[in-house]
Each structure stands twice: as structure tokens, then as C-alpha cells.
Design a protein around this ligand. Structure first.
Ligand SMILES: [Zn+2]
Length: 117
């Protein structure tokens, strides 16, 4: 039974706690007062657990703001790694081509080469 309620957030678990007498009804009232989270940007009322405004998509909580920053940093890091990997790949490819070209040049009898016009 406990496992089922662990997944419930906000009101549901609060109502449950109220029913079982763990918290008083006044506390529930406070929860209801926070039922909407008004967007600071467009004043759209959002659900209290909303991370982003449904209308203008602005970040509504410090948590999600930090989350966005963190994800952005991770993305930047990933991009830098990809860029580094790419430049390493290109460098290796270039060296490889250079080596092959040198090998080909060694096998060619340059004297027999003519310029095709
Ligand atoms: Zn908004």
C-alpha cells in the first residue's frame, strides 16, 4: 500500500495524510490556495506543480530554471566533445590521406608521367 502512495505528489498525498489524521484540514486549505501558479511573464494561471508556463513556456520554478541551466551546460559540454571528436577525426583522416598519397607517389615512376591536356 505504501508503495502506491509514494508516487503520489502534492494534493493527493496531502488529502491522504489529512484523512489519516496526520495533518489538519487547515493545511489542506493552504494547499488549495496554491492551486494555481501565476506566470510572472504573461499572468497565465498554471498548475502549482507546473515547471513551465502553458502559454508562454517561461520557466516557473527556480528548480526547473536550474534544471534548464544544467541541461544547457550538459548540452554545451556534449557539443564541445563532439566538436573535439570531429576535429580529431578530420586530423586523422587528413594524416591517413597524406600517408596514402605519399605511398602512391613512391610507387609511381614520375618520369613516365605525362600531363594530359
Ligand atoms: Zn506565461
Amino acid at each position: 500500500m505504501t508503495q502506491v502512495y509514494v508516487h503520489l505528489r502534492g494534493e493527493s498525498s496531502k488529502v491522504l495524510l489529512q484523512k489519516t489524521g496526520v495533518i489538519k484540514k487547515e493545511d489542506i486549505g493552504q494547499v488549495n490556495a496554491l492551486k494555481t501558479r501565476q506566470c510572472p511573464n504573461c499572468f497565465e494561471p498554471n498548475r502549482p506543480d507546473s515547471q513551465f508556463c502553458i502559454k508562454c513556456r517561461i520557466v516557473l520554478s527556480l528548480e526547473s530554471y536550474n534544471d534548464v541551466l544544467k541541461r544547457q551546460k550538459e548540452k554545451d559540454l556534449e557539443m564541445n566533445q563532439l566538436r573535439e571528436q570531429q576535429s580529431t577525426d578530420i586530423k586523422e583522416l587528413r594524416e591517413d590521406l597524406e600517408n596514402k598519397f605519399q605511398q602512391i607517389l613512391l610507387k609511381i615512376n614520375v618520369d613516365k608521367l605525362r600531363v594530359v591536356e
